[in-house]
Write a protein that binds this ligand. Sequence first.
Ligand code: MF3
Ligand code: CO
Ligand code: CO
Length: 270
Amino acid sequence: MTTDSDYLIRSETIRIHTEEDFAGMRRAGRLAADCLDMLIPHVVPGVKTSYLDDLARQFVMDRGALPACVFYRGYQHTVCISPNHVVCHGIPSEKTLREGDIVNIDVTVIVDGWHGDTSRMYEVGEVAPKSKRLVDVTYEALRLGLEQIKPGNTFGDIAAAIQRYAEAQRCSVVRDFCGHGLGRVFHDNPNVLHFGRAGSGPKLQKGMFFTVEPMINLGRPEVKVLNDGWTAVTRDKLLTAQCEHSCGVTDDGVEIFTASATGQFRPQNS
Ligand code: MF3
Ligand code: CO
Ligand code: CO
C-alpha cells in the first residue's frame, strides 16, 4: 500500500509514474523553464548573482510555486549560480558577473508537489571561442544522452553516449555528481551517471522520471568542494559547463518536461 507520505521518502526501487503524474511534471517543468527564460535578459556584465536569485524567487512564488532548494539541506537560495570553473552548487552572493563569463543557473521548483529541475549555460556579453566550444559540447552531450532514452535501453546507454562524445571532443566528464530520479521527491532513485558502459545499469521503463545533467570540463574531471560546504570547483581551475533537463520515459522515447516553451533552452546560442 502507498500512503501520501510514502511519496516523500527516497524509494528503494525506481518509481513508475502514471499519466496523471506526467501532467503534474509538465506543469512543474514548464515553470522551471519559464524561470530560466525570464532570467536571460538579466544575465549581463555587472549583475549581482544575488539579484538573479531574487528575481527567480519572486518569479516562482508569484506563480504559486515553491523554490525547492530553499531549506534543502540548509541551502537558502532559489537557484545555484555557477560561473566559469564552478562545477555546480555556486551560492548567489554580492559578487557580480563579468563580460566573458560563462555561467550555469540551476533552478528547481515545486508545483502541486511535483519537482521541475533544470539548468542552462548563459554567456555574459561576448565570450571567448574556447568557452563557447565547451558550452556547445555540453549541450550536445546532453542532447545525445537524451536521445538514448526509450523503453528497453538502459541508464548506461545514456551515460555512455554522453561520455563518448565529451571525451571525443577532448573534454572530461565530472564523476562526483550525477542526475537523479525525481517526481514528488527531489532527489530520488536512481543515480543517473554521466559516464559508464552502454548496456549497463537498470533498464528504462515507461513512467520513470529523472534528470540528465552532465557536467563537462575543459581539463581534468576532478572537483573539490569549498569550505562553504556547497561550491564545487574544478581542481585544475579550468572551465566547466553543465545543462540539465527533467524528463520522463514514454512508450517510445522521452518527454522533456523542462523544454523551453519559447525555444530558448540555449540562451544567446540558438
Ligand atoms: N538543482 C540541483 C540538482 O540538479 C540541486 C541543487 S541542491 C541545492 O540536483 F541545495 F544546492 F540547491
Ligand atoms: Co538535478
Ligand atoms: Co538542478
